[in-house]
Structure formats: C-alpha cells, structure tokens
Design a protein. Sequence first.
Lengths: 318, 337
Amino acid sequence: MIGAGNMASVHAEGWDAADDPIVAVLDPDLERAARFAADHATDVVDDFAQLAGSVDVVDICTPTHTHASYIAMAAEAGIDVVCEKPLARTGPDALEAIATCDRAGVQLLVGHVVRFFPEYATARELAVSGDVGTVGIVRLDRSTYLPAGASAWFSDHAKSGGVVHDLMIHDVDYARWVAGDVRRVFAKRISDSGRGDHVLATLRHEGGAISHVQGSWAYPVGSFRTALEIAGSDGLIVRHVATPFAGSVSTTEEAPDVPEPPASSAESPYVTEIRHFSDVLQGRAEPRVTALDGARAVAVCDAIALSIETNRAVEVAP
Amino acid sequence: MIRVGVLGLAHVHAAGYIDVLMALDDVEFVGASEPDGLLRSRWADESGLPAFEAHGSLISAGIDAAIICTATNEHRPVVEQLAAAGIPVLCEKPLATTLEDAHAIVRACEAADVLLMTAFPMRFSPPLIEGAAWVEEARIGSVLAFTGTNNGCIPTDHAAWFADPVAAGGGAVMDHTVHLVDIMRWWLRSEPTEIFAETNQVMHPDADVETGGILTVIFANGVIATVDCSWSRPKGYPTWGGLTIEAVGSEGVFAVDAFAERLEMWSRGTTSWVDWGSDPNLAMIEHFIGAVRGEYPLAVTGVDGLHATEAALAAYRSVETGQPVRFDSLVPGDPTR
C-alpha cells in the first residue's frame, strides 16, 4: 500500500475481503504509516525499492500529483499497479503512465469507484441495453464539501486539480461509460464561495448525447448529494434523491474530514471494486474500467479546466 | 366588470385560462377568436361559449383586456391590433420568435400606452415566490450559482406547432429557456450577459426542432447558471414535466421544486401526479386583471418577455458558433437594457 491516508484504509478493507494480504505500507509520514501498519497488521517500509520482489501489486493511494511517479517506479520494478483515481494529474501524464506500464508488461488498474456503485452500474446497464432507447441527456451531480484537515493538498490546484480532477472526474468517467467519449466541453466555476469550488460543466459526447455535470465542494460541511438521470429516445432513468432538501442545509460538527458519498448497498462499493481488481490481476475477469478510461477521464477534466480558464468551449482530442 | 377576450386557441393554455376567466368574480369572459375553423368549432362545440373567426370581431365585440394564445409567430400582428385599439394585453410566452418581433411588440404597446404582460405563471408560483424571498433576504448569503431544470414531454401531443421551427421559432430551447431565465432575472435583479448552449435531437429524432438542450447562462452580477430545457420526459411520464432550481450561495444552498405540491396516484393501470397546490395560472390572471383595473403596476412586463426571448435566441446563436455568445453582440444598443 503506497500512502497511508483515508483512501488507503478504505482500499485495505477491500483487500481484506479479497483475502489478499497487505505486505507493507509506504508513506513519507512515518507516524501515519505506523498507525496504518498497526491497524492492518502489516509492516512499514521507508523506500519503494524494498517492495521489489516481495509484492505482486502496489495500490497507490497517495495525493494525485504523485501518482505518475509511483506508477513509473512500480513499472520499473515489474509490479502490477492499482491506482486510485485520477490516474495522473494531467492527461499526458496518464498516457505516459500507461505507455510505461505497457513497456514493462505490468497491469495498470484505476479506481473509478462509481462504476461499482450498484445504482450507477444498474442504471448504466439499463441505458446501454437500450431500455430507454438512445441516450440523449445525462444529468450527474456530486455536491459536497471540501476535504479538511490532513487532506489539505486537495485544495491545492497544482497537486489535486481541484474539484474537477478530484470529484467531478467520477461523473466524467461515468458519463463516458454511459454515453461514449467526449468531444467538446464547456464549464464555469465559482471559486469565491468562501468554501470550496463549485463547477457546472456541459459535455458533448461523440454520439450526440449531452451530459450536465455538477461537481461542488461548496455544499455545507456534512452534506453529500449525488444524483443521476439518463434520458433517452424511449424512456428515462432517474435515481431519486432520497431526501430532497429545502432551505439551507444545517452544518454539523461531526462531519468526517473527507466526505463520504451516500452508498446504499450491503457491500461497500470500494470493496466490490478491490475484489474485482483482485480478480482482474489474477486473470479471472476483464477490467470494468481500463487505464485508458482513466486517462480519458483526466483528459476531459483537463479540457474542463481549460474551458474555465479561457471561457471557451474546448474540443477534446480523440 | 372587466370584459376579457382570448385571442387564439392554438396554445395549450387557452382552455385553462378560459376556465380561470369564467371562475373569476367581476370578470366577464366575452369569447375566443380563432381563424382556424377546426380548432374554433371543436372548442365552441365542447364549451358552448362564444367563438369568433376574426380577432378583429372579438375586439369589436368590446373587450377591456385580452389574453393572446396564438402560435408564437402570430403574436406580433395580434398585439399590434390590440395596441391600436388601446386594449391591455397578456401575451403567452415566448413573446416572439425573432428579436425584431419581440421589440416591435414592446414598442407597439409602449407607443399606445397599453399594458403588456408576458405570461410567466412561475412568477406566481408559491415555492418560487419563497425562493425569491430567500434570495432577497440573503438566506444563503449572496447567490453564486443556479442549476435549473425545466423538463417536459414533447408538447406536440397538445399542438403540432410547438415543434414547428417557424410557428414556435424552435424546439425545447424556445419552449423552456424563457421560464428559467425569467425566474433567475427576477430573483437576481440582474440581466444575463452571456450564454453557451449545446443542443441535440436524440429524443424524438423525427421532430423538426431540437429536443434536448443544456445552456450555461452568465449574469451581469457574476452568477453562473445552467438551464436544462430538454423535452426529456418520455411518453407515459406521470405528468407533463417540471421545474426545479438549486441555488448555491456564499452562506449555504437551497433547492426549490415548483411542482412539489402534488399527490402520486396509481389508477387503472397508469401513474399520475396530481397537483394540489395553488394554481399559478389563476394567480397570474388575477394579477393581470388587477393591473388592468389600475390597482397596481404589472409585476412582469413585456420587457421581461423580451429579455427572456433574447436568451433563447442567444442560445441558438451559440449553437451556430459552438462558443459562448455575449448578449451585447446580439442586440447592440438595445434601448430596453
């Protein structure tokens, strides 16, 4: 396990469920690494080189801007990689990571967990099976608050890419999964909410579908709202928001540092995801999300960021 | 007693407005005029109410106020006729299919000094009035962003002209953009300055107009907003559609569903949503009648209709260029702005 933060613990639950032992944990913050090691009965290493020869796969759960270099180290050591999304900080970096892994002959899997949320997976299955005809308009919303405390790197655009690359990317990937690749984007951002950024983006897909994607860290602390709607030529799929709100959402002191999306299933979607990755790594399944999907999602997010910066509609290179 | 006539029966709202006029005290419904013989005779047979072939005949019958329910591209000559006769007008939205016509409609009524109201019933919707108050009272601090949806079934089941590029001036963008833009202008007291639009025709590919649209609207005060105007509710949907707005502000968020006041009913194999809340159409017409009586100025005017129409037309310009369109490029020197 590379990184011993919040996401590492979330993934660890999945590796436990898959019966794949976590051999070691690496984190520059040795205190945090020691805590993780104690919690998950594993050893701390302080240098990537110590992992070579002793692990089959590394799971990268570090800040976004460090993903590409850890992937390169793993490829060089001949170790398969599971990487939390985003695959890299920029689209070109993500493509470079894929090329490096291909050359080294190692597998590269990317954690777009929304594909493992049963309500999202089921809606996508219905949509692509033609139950609502051809997909025309997709609406996706992910509105929460800025991760706090130890995860302050989230709020550093250079490191995380901000709300677009860190949060909205979930729905960018999902929109691609449902409606195909993205040809053009237009987006606007509010940066002066006094909280986190709020972004509204329109994606034009290759086949003509349009997605409206809202990603927000400007929602009150403690809230996490997700919504899903797919309209097609012959029908409509809606995931109702269970408790629509009216008036201001009250804040709570007990909110976790890192927001947790509402998940409804008996099994955590992260566990489903890691078990699936375990199957893929052992040749028992085809990946539900490829590294190229991960790179495309980053490229679309790059285009969204450029649109925000330039106030222009931005074409996404195929 | 205010004598009111309805000019045109082409619009789906005509029958509902007439019901309201019949129900109101101190209002006399004089009749409806409709040049289309089939439309006119069907309505006359069903209602047993006075029907006129020519709009001029209804005007000559003596009316103090008029509601226009023709197809959109026919608004202008009818408004000009009414303005010339000095009769106050409540005109269906959108005001016109072209900027030229929209300006002419506003000018004609200004020149004749007659009241011109645009039929924006959402101005009289209690949930949206509450939203306006929340903005006014800065309940979420200053508003920074809106996410708006005004989705519906394709309205061609009511009348084919709604999807006629000439009669309606377009499809979903023309039909639904104006409501949300008007609500946002009303709440913000700020004008849109720029618009970007993506449209498609995946739903109802056989129609002659766009059926899907996502618009991004920028207001003069910096607020960003999106408008989903798509006819994305399928056949068999429990109601015609709906309208929602979500607001993000410096101190919080709120969301309003203009049609949340409803019951869900399952009956004889179909699901339907039955409104139980107050009727915005009734409140809108009552307001119009009060203004005609001179009790107060109009809360929503022809100029409001003009600005909302501009937004829809700017959206079409954006679709042509594939880039955001600034309003000042659309109507340089617009005297109403």
